[in-house]
Design a protein around this ligand. Structure first.
Ligand code: XUL
Length: 570
């Protein structure tokens, strides 16, 4: 280890008896994960909203408004009660709260909470440990319906905001993303336009992350600048609110309702006496700024260098990674990295993930993954130039409607003109299966590069249900040209929040920013940041051929978007 790195690692030693608590306030549950000073998981606990807090009458943690297409909300008070509930569960197990040095958390991104006028003075700063938290805050919100990331009812506001800021690309260059219906700015604008009295009766707007942190501190906690990039409101390069995005494009007097921004590794405050009295937290336990769930997952998967990428193969497929050179445009999302002030997290979300793979499996492989894998083995990498686009659901990346498009690109490595690609109606089952999975990874590679990810990546950590399929990982390693590791834990967000609690505590202790990599360097061998090497980068010549095929596929995609493209902002 170089001496500078050695010094950093020495400074990054956590007190040996310290514990750090991370929460994940997600769509369906609130999870708590505790790690020790060597980053080993000590314990975890969870509260499921539907089954354990049934009086809020949520389904999958949310309320879908049947009277309004696309409206999805959740009751903020349920998240308050869940916090008490998860801590009560830990207390029942005699968990030693007094050993916790710092707490942080992860919140579902984009969701917003509207605090009613006078709540800070009359309620939040006056919490009594003799009464429940949710009892004291039941009248604290100007609307009990908090819009969340699943909401897609703000199409009109997205258009208005993009127009006000000079178009979708201009908005993306400023805020890191074009307007999206789930993003907080369009949600706030809609509230201002349709429920003006609620907007005017609001003294503070929090994200789910800063809301939960506010409960722990007993004061309004700033929005951190990583999660703030999911709002279409922040100048993401300078990490300051954009006056035009706020006041001109979204709603008047918004800046005073949002309060200041804070670095994600900063201390938000010390824990409120409510938690000291009720649960025996130490009075000097720090609350570190909470952040968005995807950002916390990046920390939980120990991505700590530019070129580190995570690919989650789930209901929707998500790709995120670290770069120092983000390229904002019409695709994807850019956020300041929550554990490194000098880099960014770029993220791509695909609607067609596992459910689309399952549709092809059911159609071509009798519903069997074994059969699906056998079909994959019957074809060779590059699929003889057979390329497919499979959209069981309207896709956002690229914006294309439901449909399947199949092409034969004669000789992938020698064809210069995609016009020579021939569209066909059907492939045989094994070609179909390979064109699906190769297509998904080729698309991820192309779009990652387009948004500024270094290519090839340094390494990929694969997560999500489909990462259990080794053949998919081998293909991923070949197409991206890097080693692929697996992390089977599904709680990277709460784990990342616990790591961030430790990291924030360290930065505060050192009175300076400490690179998280030096904290990871001191983790135990059996700590929570060990990953299994699952697939080696494929041979170079094959990687080069895939790079050529990726180019062809991108041209075909461009052609499809020009022909069928939906100008969707979902
Ligand atoms: C990201 C997004 C979701 C939420 C909920 O843009 O909308 O991933 O963060 O997990």
């Amino acid at each position: 280890m170089a001496s500078k790195a050695k010094a950093a690692a020495a400074a990054a030693i956590l007190p040996h008896d310290a514990l750090f608590l991370g929460f994940d306030s997600s769509t369906q549950s609130l999870k708590a994960t505790v790690v020790d000073a060597k980053l080993r998981i000590v314990t975890s606990e969870i509260v499921h909203f539907d089954s354990e807090l049934p009086h809020y009458k949520t389904k999958d943690g949310v309320h879908r408004d049947l009277s309004e297409n696309g409206r999805v909300t959740a009751p903020a008070l349920m998240w308050v009660e869940a916090l008490e509930c998860v801590l009560d569960k830990l207390k029942k197990r005699s968990f030693p709260f007094e050993a916790i040095k710092a707490v942080s958390g992860s919140g579902q991104q984009h969701g917003s909470v509207y605090w009613k006028k006078d709540t800070l003075n009359s309620k939040l700063q006056k919490l009594s440990h003799l009464e429940s938290l949710h009892g004291q805050l039941q009248d604290a919100f100007s609307t009990i319906h908090s819009p969340i990331w699943m909401d897609s009812s703000t199409f009109v506001q997205c258009k208005e905001i993009e127009e006000a800021l000079g178009g979708a690309v201009a908005l993306s260059l400023l805020t890191g993303s074009r307007a999206h219906e789930r993003y907080t700015g369009p949600q706030i604008r809609k509230l201002y336009q349709t429920q003006k009295e609620v907007y005017e009766n609001t003294e503070r707007i929090s994200l789910v992350s800063s809301f939960m942190a506010s409960l722990l501190v007993g004061d309004y906690v700033s929005i951190d600048y990583s999660d703030a990039a999911g709002m279409n409101l922040m100048d993401f390069k300078n990490r300051i609110w954009s006056h035009v995005a706020l006041e001109v494009a979204t709603a008047p007097h918004l800046e005073e309702k949002l309060g200041p921004l804070a670095p994600p590794h900063a201390v938000a405050g010390v824990i409120n006496p409510f938690f000291v009295e009720r649960y025996d937290f130490s009075a000097d336990c720090l609350v570190i700024q909470w952040s968005g769930d995807n950002l916390c997952s990046l920390a939980g998967l120990a991505l700590d260098h530019p070129g580190d990428v995570a690919v989650s193969l789930g209901t929707s497929d998500t790709v995120f990674g670290i770069t120092t050179n983000p390229l904002p445009g019409l695709e994807g999302h850019i956020f300041p990295n929550c554990v490194d002030p000098h880099s960014y997290m770029v993220m791509l979300v695909y609607k067609n993930g596992s459910l689309t793979r399952e549709e092809v499996r059911d159609r071509c492989a009798d519903g069997s993954w074994d059969h699906f894998n056998k079909l994959l083995d019957e074809t060779s990498p590059l699929n003889d130039g057979k390329v497919g686009f499979f959209y069981k659901y309207p896709e956002i990346l690229p914006p294309l409607p439901v449909g399947v498009h199949r092409f034969c690109v004669k000789e992938a490595e020698s064809l210069d003109d995609v016009a020579e690609a021939q569209e066909v109606l059907a492939f045989d089952p094994s070609t179909e299966v390979r064109s699906l999975v190769e297509g998904q990874f080729l698309s991820m590679k192309t779009h990652s590069q387009r948004i500024g990810m270094p290519m090839p990546p340094k390494r990929i950590i694969a997560t999500g249900g489909a990462s259990a399929n080794h053949r998919l990982l081998v293909l991923m390693a070949t197409i991206f040209g890097c080693d692929v590791y697996t992390a089977q834990r599904t709680d990277s967000a709460s784990l990342g929040a616990a790591f961030r609690a430790a990291h924030g505590w360290l930065c505060n202790d050192q009175k300076d920013f400490v690179p998280i990599a030096s904290m990871f360097a001191n983790a135990a061998e059996d700590g929570a940041i060990q990953f299994k090497l699952s697939a080696h980068a494929g041979p170079n010549d094959l990687q080069a051929k895939f790079a050529a095929l990726a180019k062809k596929r991108a041209e075909l995609e461009h052609m499809l978007v020009a022909k069928y493209g939906a100008n969707s902002t979902l």
